[in-house]
Design a protein around this ligand. Sequence first.
Ligand code: PMV
Length: 347
Amino acid sequence: NSAEKGSYTWSSPSNIALVKYWGKKENQIPANPSISFTLNHCKTTTKLSFSKKENDDEFSFDVFLDDEKKDDFKPKIETFFNRIEKYLPFLKDYHFKIETANTFPHSSGIASSASGMSALALCLMSIEQALVPEITNEHFIQKASFLARLGSGSACRSLEGDLVVWGKHDQIEGSSDLFGVKYPFEVHQNFKNYKDTILLVDKGEKQVSSTVGHNLMHDHPFAKKRFKQAHENLSTLINVFKTGDIKTFIEIVESEALTLHAMMMTSMPYFILMKPNTLEIINKIWGFRQKTDSNICFTLDAGANVHVLYPENEAENVLEFIKNELVVFCQKGEYINDKIGFGAEIN
Ligand code: PMV
């Protein structure tokens, strides 16, 4: 790599929020703090090739997904470049080729924005570092997270693992609205190597984009109380992670998922983003927990798919339960076995 041309390749994972980010202010500032598990298997690998160009009056780039040119991705990246140009002044000096691939199917209903935007932000930071070599590792990750946030809010939680906090919280020193930070406190053994099996209930395009969803929180009758609750839930989780109290973990995580959906059901316009099979799965999970002493629980994104979370030592029993009782509710019987991961990697 020279300053004239070269390429960098980063792989960055998806993440699943335990306390949800839903609602934002100007410049992708979250209305409340959130915390997520970084995933391991679901990730995006992006190769960013760059070459110096003659003029510097506009952005110039091509995007490929799985070797296929994707012009419909360009507006989103153009918006991203516009937002970050003041932090990366070299953007208009180069022509970029962005080649990206996901480990999960594009049409799986799993958002690739967190993994995709964080991978791209990291590639851009590698160019920045080549131009400004004195950047420290800590600054590198922090600025990459800052940039990723401007691409897609939750993307700023994908760079590190295994737990990442984004948004100012008064008990978490170093937490910031501007970037994600690795969860700084003790985490009990009970929460190490947690598993996440993602049940693909609806693989279609999202019914409501997250941009529209966040905006619905602006005039939402319950917004204020919801943002306060997120702070409280995160406070409770600090103690849960310290003591290993899985029962309280389950209560917070499931309540957060249902609250996210309740916010959408009670906004104007209103949306129901669960499908009948989402509810079938939730009921089966509750039944299984009642019958056995399992610590299985669920969480949801802004869609119909279900993330089934469980401790590593229950993997065998839970997977059997999933295969026997839950897979029938998945579209084409598809699901993805994932687990907690440790963040992005340069290739
Ligand atoms: O990063 P966005 O703007 O796509 O928002 C993601 C919001 C949720 O996935 C629903 C919750 C979260 O905290 O990840």
